[in-house]
Write a protein that binds this ligand. Structure first.
Ligand SMILES: O=P(O)(O)OC[C@@H](O)[C@H]1O[C@@H](OP(=O)(O)O)[C@@H](O)[C@@H](O)[C@@H]1O
Ligand SMILES: [Mg+2]
Ligand SMILES: [Zn+2]
Length: 192
């Protein structure tokens, strides 16, 4: 948060925003519809815990149109996020905020990525004017685009739909890594 008197002394905000499907857990073209289908990507939960232990705040921004499509209930989604939170906590970390878009693509909402609504909610939650300098990690172009609209720094992972996304044109300045664990190695300076 910029200090009102000495903005140049404002501490850098160690906040990161993660996409869910294809970054934290395995994605599926048939949607992740149940607790059993919510399977962590190897290394991702531990990567989140390493960030937390280094003083980072972790937020998740996810499109969940499967709700509007009737593929799973809000209760099932809550159960998935409880499982995600519990597994991260077992690794010694925590997820500070999870925001999701429950709408159908045709609903014309403001929160479905690539629109910036979820990222605006995250910035407001942490009393930030924007997400300048905040890493935004995704496997789809819409994740990166939405985060950049608030000033976020785009990071693409090759997990989930990442390799497909790589076939297209990436936003300028996008950094590409194999997976979330490699992004965290980079951010914590522990990359070999
Ligand atoms: O990657 P995040 O945002 O966490 O979640 C993506 C999911 O909500 C689903 O989003 C769908 O896109 P449509 O919503 O049908 O366009 C499809 O891409 C599914 O394969 C995917 O599982
Ligand atoms: Mg995704
Ligand atoms: Zn929405």
């Amino acid at each position: 948060m910029a200090s009102p008197i000495f903005p140049h002394l404002a501490k850098p905000v160690k906040l990161i925003v993660l996409d869910r499907d294809g970054v934290i857990n395995e994605d599926s073209d048939a949607y992740v519809k149940s607790l059993a289908e919510w399977i962590p990507i190897p290394g991702s939960l531990q990567a989140i815990a390493r960030l937390c232990q280094a003083g980072w705040t972790v937020a998740v921004a996810t499109n969940q149109s499967g709700l509007a499509r009737g593929m799973f209930s809000a209760t099932t989604l809550d159960d998935m996020h409880l499982k995600m939170q519990q597994l991260v906590m077992e690794e010694g970390g925590r997820i500070d905020l999870i925001v999701h878009c429950p709408h159908d693509p045709d609903d014309g909402c403001e929160c479905r990525k690539p629109k910036p609504g979820l990222f605006r909610t995250i910035a407001e939650h942490f009393n930030l004017p924007d997400l300048k300098g905040v890493p935004v990690v995704g496997d789809s172009h819409r994740d990166l685009h939405a985060g950049m609209l608030l000033g976020g720094e785009p990071y693409l992972v090759k997990t989930g739909k990442g390799l497909r996304t790589l076939e297209g044109t990436l936003p300028p300045g996008t950094r590409v890594f194999d997976d979330l664990a490699a992004v965290v190695d980079h951010l914590l300076g522990s990359a070999a």
